[in-house]
Design a protein around this ligand. Sequence first.
Ligand SMILES: *Cc1c(COP(=O)(O)O)cnc(C)c1O
Ligand code: SF4
Length: 341
Amino acid sequence: MITASPTSRLSPPIRDWRELWRESITDAESLLDAVGLAGRADLLPPDDAGFPLRVPRGFVARMRRGDATDPLLLQVLPRRAEHDVAPGFSVDAVGDMASRAGHGVLHKYDGRALLIASGSCAVNCRYCFRRHFPYGEEIAAAAQWREALAHVRGDTSIRELILSGGDPLSLATHKLEELTRSLADMPHVIRLRIHTRLPIVLPERVDEALVAWLAALPLQKVVVLHANHANEFDASVDAACTRLRDAGATLLNQSVLLRGVNDDVTALAALCERSFAAGVLPYYLHQLDRVQGAAHFEIDDDRALWLVEALRARLPGYLVPKLVRELPGDPSKRPIADFAR
Ligand SMILES: *Cc1c(COP(=O)(O)O)cnc(C)c1O
Ligand code: SF4
């Protein structure tokens, strides 16, 4: 269906993504400075609560200058509220994640196996479970993949392999090639899915080599992006999405419902419409994982349901994401309405 050559739209040379990644902002003062809030050290907590700030400069460039409530800034800037101890929020909401990382593979849902391909991310999102597991590089490196891939090889009910993390696209392309090469003797696996935020926060990652790898894979390909606000999209993200689609991938987006970032109908509708303009369909809207230090982002289920109903009244059905929460032990992502009503 998609016939354009994968390299046809790469004409203006893009800078090497690893170089851009290394140039990321990693301290709060520099970030405030970069967004015109240099005088606002009062916004900062005494420390980063053990979860370092990290954000690529291209993403920072999409923040509004001089606005301490910018929805992109709020996702990455350490805040005082992270130090509040909130009941029901634990570091153990991710005990699950710790064990996932240990085995490298999670086969929880029928037909789909999720591989923790990498523990690294190009951005540290303050609401993420990773705040309690700022993994080093390569958490499920080659040796662990072998174990995980042996599981996938041995279970022919697995139709779809999901690369997740962390962010699987934080791996070098040759590592991804190595990983997918082992799928050659697993004809039961017909789909590859990639869960990644990199094309949003560092779109240069979608370079010629990545596109060539993806285009050559003899599988159905799905890339699930993660953007929470319309402002996360710009021309560079549009171009990355186009390259991914040219490589034959279906693009979906998952978001997290976040107080102060996207918890109003206008912001959510704009996100869905902007995603679609980039060729990306809304997929899931997640209720926050209840991890310690993220309670100030939480929206209660009643309000979340109301927001999605308002969205449904405003948008075509195909632009309305499914509101879900992940609960340990569940057989699938759980639509919120099932237990809230
Ligand atoms: C989210 C998730 C999936 C994918 O679920 P879908 O509903 O198909 O998007 C698969 N395995 C695990 C362990 C997951 O957490
Ligand atoms: S990119 Fe995803 S996994 Fe990484 S910190 Fe952000 S939300 Fe967490």
